[in-house]
Write a protein that binds this ligand. Structure first.
Ligand SMILES: Cc1cc2nc3c(=O)[nH]c(=O)nc-3n(C[C@H](O)[C@H](O)[C@H](O)COP(=O)(O)OP(=O)(O)OC[C@H]3O[C@@H](n4cnc5c(N)ncnc54)[C@H](O)[C@@H]3O)c2cc1C
Length: 583
């Protein structure tokens, strides 16, 4: 078999259906001096996934098409099977293309719930994985390649990983398991960034299925049950203590001046019982379908006030999702003076189309831009209301939910990737530094006298705080050697970025927080599947900073060079990350 037996499809991808076809593709790419990369569900920034861009394509999450050109980009939609390898040990071998859950953005439309690993494990075996991220749209190999993790210091999917089959650049298959005489190499696999070869299969050691019960409270920082910035007390745990004690949790913090909202989502495992009825968590409690459209509309406008023409593509997409634009008016009217302008905008859009509506909004945009610090708290209040503002017997009550673990832990699955397209950068710091880091952030956000400067620092979106269990995996952002300050786990700080905003967040927004932490000498690592600093040869500043955070950095690069001496899998983005300009 040769690589030509798996031709490139109209979508720009090659779609192998077996390990033999994957091997043939790798050999063909190596023979022809081409790069080869595999995509999972494309939830990472695109430069981390695909072969080198040919022009200056934007680095964006969920970019579905690979760059044009002769390189090999592979999609594994035809390589998604799974089988039980050892029932007693609950060992399941999954082909690399299987998705954890359904992927609503899957371009082939075939990554359904029914074909997904978690659903099949639950239905067919009564098994599951120990922890999951905020979504389960990812493929098993994409999740692992980036060292992704759920929000828990107690449980981790790393504990489920048992073995890998990986194809190196010569087309040789290597098989590693946790039980090997030399288990060390196994530790290089999660994350591997696609740099050690093509992952063909991943074997997981499952656990029995479990249910979760939980709640989400929406409060101010003072009213929050967690002491976000202080040392905590007997009645109110510090953030560090809360994360240590809670099986699964995540905090969404809106630190914008005048806003002061904290959403604390937490859940615990319970044993499955006959007759269990799920009451799933609801992300946007008040008419979810309209709330997302409303948020999308506001964010798109507010993020693009300096050039509303840039907002057009996202606005088109948003308007296409609502039956009548006039349905949005009751929401918009709550916004007083700004509301009036937005009502005129919506009326014009409904009657004369988007172009005319943008014209109506343009003069108004300048005023909105000036008044952001006054109007943003009001805007936010319309879609995130405090529990204390709820009506009737719900007043002061958090939202309570119960669900199957596999469907309830990914609490953001309900968020619409198209309406609220979100990008991230995620700093992982030793958990024991939580109070120090939260104080640094709090000061950074509150110290400016100028409101606009305060807003420049916070941005207009939430800052997610969650945790991860320590692991010996070499390049994991929660790696610990056992005796170091990472040994109790990591706090993760994840500022969100609305994708329809202008500019590359790695240039216009994230450097603020990266530099802040460096200036305060906080050791931190960055999620491999989220935005990282823009690095250009020969500037090793960020390379050396990050290298210093990973004791096994050089071991990983040595293994990479062994598996891929000619750089078949090594794209410009990854060369830059590791400073491998001479490789
Ligand atoms: C809305 C959203 C929510 C998220 N929530 C979380 C979260 O809660 N926790 C968290 O840790 N992360 C989270 N992430 C990050 C996400 O888990 C990672 O980006 C992950 O890599 C996505 O998996 P994927 O299947 O989309 O892989 P992709 O993004 O497509 O690929 C990731 C990497 O894996 C490589 N790769 C994929 N398959 C193979 C293979 N078979 N062989 C070799 N290389 C391969 C790709 O080339 C790429 O380098 C989130 C991202 C988004 C957009």
């Amino acid at each position: 078999m040769n690589g030509d037996s798996v031709p490139v499809g109209a979508d720009g991808f090659r779609h192998p259906s077996s390990e033999a076809e994957l091997i043939a593709l790798v050999k063909a790419a190596a023979r022809d001096g081409r790069q080869l990369r595999v995509r999972g569900s494309a939830h990472s920034p695109s430069h981390a996934i695909y072969t080198d861009p040919v022009g200056d394509e934007a680095n964006q999450v969920e970019q579905q098409a690979p760059p044009p050109g002769p390189n090999y980009n592979v999609m594994l939609d035809r390589y998604r099977g799974w089988e039980v390898r050892d029932e007693a040990r609950k060992l399941v071998e999954a082909q690399a293309g299987i998705h954890l859950g359904a992927d609503p953005s899957d371009p082939t439309g075939t990554a359904t719930l029914e074909t997904s690993l978690l659903y099949r494990l639950f239905k067919d075996m009564g098994w599951t994985l120990s922890s999951l991220g905020g979504i389960s749209h990812q493929t098993v190999s994409g999740f692992t390649a980036t060292g992704s993790a759920g929000g828990s210091v107690i449980h981790s999917v790393n504990d489920n990983l048992w073995g890998f089959r990986i194809i190196d650049a010569a087309g040789e298959v290597h098989e590693f398991t946790r039980d090997d005489a030399e288990p060390d190499l196994f530790g290089a696999m999660a994350p591997n960034m696609g740099l050690l070869g093509v992952v063909s299969t991943i074997t997981v050691e499952c656990v029995d299925t479990f249910n979760i019960v939980g709640q989400e409270a929406v409060t101010t920082t003072d009213g929050c049950a967690v002491d976000l910035f202080g040392p905590g007390s007997a009645e109110r745990p510090s953030l560090e203590q809360f994360m240590r004690d809670t099986e699964y949790c995540r905090v969404e913090w809106w630190p914008q001046r005048g806003v002061d909202r904290v959403l604390v989502w937490q859940a615990a495992r319970v044993a499955p019982e006959p007759g269990f009825t799920p009451h799933p968590y609801e992300e946007f409690t008040n008419r979810p379908e309209l709330a997302e459209v409303f948020i999308s509309l506001l964010y798109t406008i507010v993020g693009n006030l300096s050039d509303l023409s840039h907002a057009r593509p996202q606005l088109e997409l948003t308007f296409a999702r609502v039956e009548s634009l006039l349905d949005l008016e009751p929401w918009v009217r709550k916004l007083d003076r700004i509301g009036e302008g937005l009502v005129r905008f919506l009326d014009h859009a409904a009657e004369f189309g988007l172009e005319a509506a943008i014209k109506v909004l343009e003069p108004f945009a300048q005023v909105m831009g000036r008044e952001i610090p006054t109007i943003f708290p009001k805007l936010l209040g319309t879609f995130i209301s405090l529990d204390s503002d709820k009506d009737g017997d719900q007043k002061g009550q958090p939202q309570r939910f119960q669900d199957y673990g596999w469907s309830g832990l990914p609490m953001d699955n309900g968020a619409d990737d198209q309406l609220v397209p979100t990008e991230f950068s995620e700093l992982w710091v030793p958990l024991r530094r939580a109070q120090e880091v939260m104080t640094i952030l709090h000061t950074y956000f509150t110290e400016p006298e100028d409101d606009h400067e305060a807003y420049r620092r916070t941005g207009l979106y939430a800052w997610e705080l969650y945790a991860a269990k320590p692991t010996s995996n070499w390049m994991a952002a929660s790696h610990t050697g056992g005796e170091d300050e990472w040994s109790e786990g990591a706090l993760r700080i994840d500022p969100y970025w609305f994708q329809a905003n202008p500019g590359d967040p790695a240039e216009v927004f994230y450097p603020g927080v990266w530099t802040l932490m460096r200036d305060h000498q906080i050791p931190f690592r960055l999620h491999w599947g989220k935005f990282q600093p823009v690095i250009q040869a020969p500037d090793r500043d960020w390379v050396d900073f990050l290298k210093a955070q990973y004791p096994r950095w050089d071991d990983f690069l040595a293994l990479r060079a062994q598996h891929d001496p000619d750089g078949v899998f090594l794209t410009r983005y990854w060369r830059d990350r590791f400073g491998l300009w001479d490789a």
